[in-house]
Design a protein around this ligand. Structure first.
Ligand SMILES: O=C(O)C(=O)C[C@]1(C(=O)O)C=C[C@@H](O)C=C1
Length: 475
């Protein structure tokens, strides 16, 4: 790996560690901040919604900027706005400005996403495991920040230091990024890569449509669980300790899942089986949680649910989407995350309505969400071209393709036989160089991956040479 690429990756992962801090920094300091703003806790928690608004408003714009003006520009926008949010928030004493700063944090988040996911896909051909790793850095940030907040409060230190730690990291990270030539680190984005996956149009439509739906369900399935599991567990008679423990097991499962998925995807070409298996596991786990009245069984299911549903599935789906339409990675990332943001917005409303209805099992709705996610995984299974995880596997694929080619060649020779009959009747020469040129032009036009044109043309030329020999052999 070139050193510039390693340096760029360090910047990207550090950004997401800081983003892990950023995700919970307002909630972790909410009481202190509300005093600072001279407001009630209710008003202070309203400020949190600014982040969601900022994300929703900015995703498409940032996606556009990322595609049109480059990943580095978008990264700089994201990092600078994050820095302003982190530095200004602890000093600010106006609620209105706090809301504006929260919106800025949302904008920063959307800029980072719109630049980072496309960049990771471009730096590494198989960028899925790196995208999943981003989630691990977010979790690490979310794990560290509460400890910093606790340390500051126990030692009577200024709460604003918890903002200054990520702000300092962000400033250093900006200094690290500024001199970098990101285009060079992106390496050569070959024409072949820009063509995207070679699959039929209907398959492309089905897969990309499914993946956008997955942008919603993958987020919704987690929010639904995390929002209700404690209340649900108490309602079905589990002790308060068990009820809270289920959420911790979910988080533990999530971190284990992310690490497992990163290792699996790094070592083997297993994207499809991993995606389908984890979706099946998440469906099974949430069904178990919904129906179980046994605390031990629910505990195992909560861990498995975190492992699968929160183990980086969203990142795998986004990465697959980017591989279908590589020319518009920024806009696609933005749109995908808008679906996710819609889930954060709508799930609390939907579940809020459901919970008012008598005799409803609030977790049952999450089974439906997980089931839709599983259906998308099945669509991926049938539409994505096969990945070969070993030499033997790759050769098996070649054998299958060769069988199809042979059948097609036999069909072609049958057509050549007909051509030959017409030529004999009309006393026309076998060799027709004009026709051969037409055929080769057609090959160039039909070949999607332009790097392959000379090879495909050479193959078809050989076929025509043999077609002539075959015709000469016929009586
Ligand atoms: O189309 C013809 O005239 C053919 O004879 C068939 C064919 C071919 O195999 O495509 C073979 C020889 C000619 O030189 C051109 C094309």
């Amino acid at each position: 790996m070139p050193s510039s690429s390693l340096r760029l990756k360090t910047t990207l992962f550090t950004n997401y560690l800081i983003h892990g801090f950023g995700m919970i920094i307002l909630t972790q300091n909410l009481v202190k901040l509300s005093h600072h703003w001279n407001s009630s806790l209710t008003v202070a928690s309203f400020v949190l919604s600014g982040i969601g608004i900022g994300r929703l408003v900015a995703y498409l714009l940032m996606g556009f900027i990322s595609d049109q003006f480059g990943r580095k520009t978008t990264l700089l926008i994201g990092m600078t706005t994050y820095l302003i949010f982190l530095v200004a928030t602890p000093f600010n004493s106006s609620v209105a400005l706090a809301y504006a700063l929260a919106i800025l944090a949302g904008v920063a988040n959307s800029a980072l996403d719109s630049a980072t996911y496309p960049l990771l896909a471009e730096i590494n051909k198989n960028g899925t495991s790196n995208s999943v790793l981003l989630k691990a850095f977010i979790s690490l940030g979310e794990f560290i920040l509460p400890m910093i907040v606790l340390f500051l409060s126990q030692n009577n230190l200024w709460f604003g230091l918890s903002f200054m730690v990520p702000a300092t990291l962000m400033a250093l990270n900006l200094a690290n990024l500024l001199p970098l030539n990101v285009r060079q680190s992106q390496q050569v984005i070959e024409e072949a890569d820009l063509q995207g996956l070679v699959i039929s149009r209907p398959k492309k439509v089905a897969l990309s449509g499914g993946l956008f739906v997955y942008g919603y369900t993958s987020m919704a399935v987690m929010i639904w669980f995390t929002q209700w599991i404690t209340i649900f567990a108490k309602k079905i008679g589990f002790s308060t300790t068990v009820a809270h423990f289920l959420l911790s097991l979910y988080s533990l499962g999530s971190i284990t899942g992310v690490i497992t998925v990163v290792v699996l995807l790094n070592r083997f070409n297993l994207k499809k089986p991993v995606f389908v298996t984890l979706n099946a596991l998440s469906l099974l786990a949430i069904t178990t949680i919904t129906l179980s009245t046994n605390a031990d069984l629910s505990a195992v299911a909560a861990f498995v649910f975190g492992f699968s549903a929160a183990g980086g599935l969203m990142q795998i789906a986004l990465n697959t989407l980017l591989s279908i339409f590589p020319r518009h990675k920024g806009m696609l990332t933005g749109t995908f995350f808008i679906f996710g943001s819609l889930a954060s917005f709508s799930v609390p409303i939907i579940t809020g309505l459901l919970v008012k209805m008598p005799h409803t099992n609030i977790m049952a709705g999450d089974i439906i969400v997980a089931f839709v996610g599983f259906l998308v995984a099945l669509i991926m299974l049938v539409t994505l071209p096969p990945e070969n995880s070993s030499l033997a596997d790759a050769r098996k694929s070649i054998n299958k393709i060769d069988s199809k080619l042979i059948a097609l060649l036999e069909e072609r020779f049958a057509a050549v036989n007909d051509v030959h009959k017409f030529k004999q009747t009309g006393q026309i020469a076998i060799k027709d160089l004009n026709r051969e040129r037409q055929v080769l032009d057609n090959v160039a036009k039909k070949t999607k991956n332009k790097d392959l044109v000379p090879y495909n043309q050479a193959i078809v030329q050989t076929i025509m040479d043999n077609s002539r020999q075959y015709q000469a052999s016929l009586k």
